[in-house]
Design a protein. Sequence first.
Length: 603
Amino acid sequence: MDRNLILAIALSFGVFLVWDYMVLGPQREAQQEAARAAQAAQQVQAVQTSDMDPDIGGIAAPEADVSVEDAIAKSTARVPIKTQTLQGSINLKGGRFDDLLLLQYREGLDDASAPIRLLSPAETQHGHFMQQGWAVGADTAAGAQWTVAEGSTLTPQTPVTLTRTGGGLTFEKTISVDEKYMFTVTQTVTNNSDETKNLRPFATVTQRNTPEDYTNFMILHEGPLGVIGTKLFERKYNKLKKNKDAKVEETGVGGWVGVTNKFWLAASIPPADAEIEATLANRGTTEKPIFEAFYAMPSTALAPGETKSMQSYMFGGPKDVDLLQSYEAKPEDGGLGVYDFDKAVDWGHFFFLTRPIFYTLNFFGDTLGNFGVAILLLTLVIKLILFPIANKGYESMSKMKKLQPEIKKLQERYADDKMKLQQEMMALYKKEKMNPLAGCFPILLQMPIFYALYKTLFVTIELRHQPFLYIQDLSAPDPTTVFNLFGLLPFDPTALPMIGGLLGIGFLPLLMGVAMWFQTKLNPPPADPVQAQVFAFMPFVFVFIFAPFAAGLVLYWFWNTTLGILQQWYIMKKNGVKVELGQRLNLPWAKKSAATDAPSDAK
């Protein structure tokens, strides 16, 4: 059987992953570190002539030496936020949401680990914040001072009301929060002057610089995004950083805009029936980017003595699919009617695969309470769906096994005439009514499914910090390594400089490699001896390739390979091919038999 196609695919995939892991990955880290150092130096040296920048809504320029704690302590006029899921405060300067912790999610596996910080003040190097208000002409009053009743605290039971006056207008902003991660903002403005005022509602979600944990993965969207009208728009941090003209400027009715990182989302949501002009852009420079997701509603005239009100929303939390979809539901069904809110999750171009895979995995995980078992069941479901096609492929491989003696005779007879050898082999295949490439189909079908599962496990938060057996986080690599005897020796080989990244070969990747090696012994070897050697070596290469992958993905591939072995073994026996295990594995005590690969009459 000619394996050139499979060899090319496997080698290309392997070379790409190894190159990314060994070359591109360190280059990205070095570039990011250099960029962070350059930004810090420029920010320290910069002399600001004003603390207001009209191009970015009057937001103070960042100071690299201001920590989150210091920035919050300096702005004492704040309203605390306290719920079971959130903790933080609202900055009364600008009425800005710039301090938010996600209490149910932590940085590490330890319960004492710090909770995830989603939002941080504008003055910090990686400031991330949200704001809604009314623009009067070109003035957004982004730095205006709001007041609130003394002792106010925002909880699900106690909304807070912020007020301010200016330019003959009285602004009132009532903010409430649910038990999860959604804020409702009811804004009212009254014209106390004797002239008509033109106002325009707006909202912005801003991220200064790239986040500290930004990794720039090719298959993951991180940066501004939004559903404008009924269409999703996305712009990655790096794309906007390198080319400010790559911004998005779109109009539509309803939707939402926000800034997303791998697992977290900060989003601003207008009324569902409102026409909006939305922008996803970099308002800063290449060296000091200020990423912004912004929308504005049509301008409205407010006559003397007139009052106008509107209700909008802000979300700050995890990209949990069930949670996002609960807000998509219609108001009569308990939701808010936020259109396509779950598209904050990067389902990718293979959404027709990633979505069903996720829903199946999430169903099993929620039902059984363990996502490791859910992955095993999902693998079984995929195997059952592909069972008929895989059977055809394995039957073709079994026929190839039966033809091995004839093929060897042809190879010996036409050893010096490759063209004649190919002609005779094709004639043999035609005579036996078999397609030598049929065995490739199961592998080719597995590739998009494997990619979709990889993406699903990588971009969805549901597997984050989920345990299985000795593994504490299925979304992270296997924590063990063979180079310290799986933790028996008191040192961490992965911490070694230069080569440490190659030493994280855990127990699960080793099991996967053994299963892949075992499966190669059931398959007919390629006719070309060089190809045969390459294929024999591939399981060991894949151990190193898969070692840094999420443990959940490796678990899938190991279990999928194991089920494939059982299925292939059954088909071989059914087609009369003897499975001499000792000889297949070249065990020293196994008797060599010239008839090992010969056809058998046993059924």
